[in-house]
Design a protein around this ligand. Structure first.
Ligand code: GSH
Length: 238
């Protein structure tokens, strides 16, 4: 059976990482049996130093995109089999936009802002032994801030980043339109990705200005609720 290596439940989400949540959602949507190994220490074993990764009967694969490709090709569990070539292209490019742009906005909103940092620090590092927990969190925070500066997003002002968030959300809302799922009434891999990133802003138990902006998009809030109800009802009911 597939083992999914994750960070573990936090902020009322099955995982605080949208990449882990994307794979978790895909596995549920494609009805693939799996177990989760949830702990921060998984990072040390991760083939690329990042989560998620999976173990499929001894085959270790890191990176959400590569994992989903594997599930589609090797297990024949392809949620995109009904899509046209044009829809597949949209799906790929939107997913990459979430991975490579919206993700950094999320990272900024959680790690760089003084209103959210105490929550992140408490969630990830409070169980670290003394005195490491006095040093490591701030060291990692500095690393994230430096990384965001290098990536480019960290060079923008708070209001510019919020404007970028709105553009992302408005585009997703326009793409979803009145559909149940992104490509109509059938789930596709894009739903796993979009749900994961939207849940990280909307369903998460964090309430900073970025979360509040995301919650203004009522069709995206309903979309998250719909998917959560369908695939995470157990978790929601405790
Ligand atoms: N491209 C990777 C990105 C994964 C990723 O960035 N994971 C983050 C958590 S959201 C991580 O493990 N960060 C730990 C680190 O960089 O040390 C994917 O799609 O899976």
């Amino acid at each position: 059976m597939i083992k999914l290596y994750s960070f573990g439940e936090n902020f009322s989400l099955i995982d605080p990482s949208p990449f882990v949540l994307k794979v978790d959602a895909y596995l549920r949507m494609a009805n693939i049996e799996f177990t989760t190994v949830a702990k921060l220490e998984n990072l040390k074993k991760a083939p690329k130093g990042k989560l998620p990764f999976i173990d499929d009967n001894g085959l270790i694969i890191g990176d959400s995109q590569l994992i989903i490709e594997h599930l589609k090709q090797q297990l024949g569990q392809d949620l995109d089999s009904q899509l046209t070539a044009q829809q597949r292209a949209v799906s790929y490019l939107v997913t990459k936009s979430l991975d490579e742009n919206l993700y950094f906005i999320l990272l900024y909103s959680r790690w760089c802002r003084d209103d959210s940092w105490p929550l992140i620090k408490q969630a990830f590092f409070s169980k670290m032994p003394f005195p490491i927990r006095l040093i490591v969190p701030n060291m990692l925070r500095k690393k994230v801030i430096k990384g965001l500066y290098g990536q480019g997003l960290g060079r923008h002002s708070n209001s510019e980043i919020q404007q970028m968030l709105r553009q992302n959300l408005q585009s997703l809302s326009d793409l979803l339109a009145d559909n149940q799922y992104f490509f109509g009434d059938q789930l596709s891999a894009l739903d796993a990705a979009a749900f994961a990133f939207l849940a990280a802003f909307i369903l998460v138990d964090i309430d900073n200005p970025y979360n509040r902006i995301a919650r203004e998009y009522s069709s995206l809030v309903s979309y998250c609720d719909r998917i959560q109800q369908q695939f995470y009802a157990e978790q929601r009911n405790g």
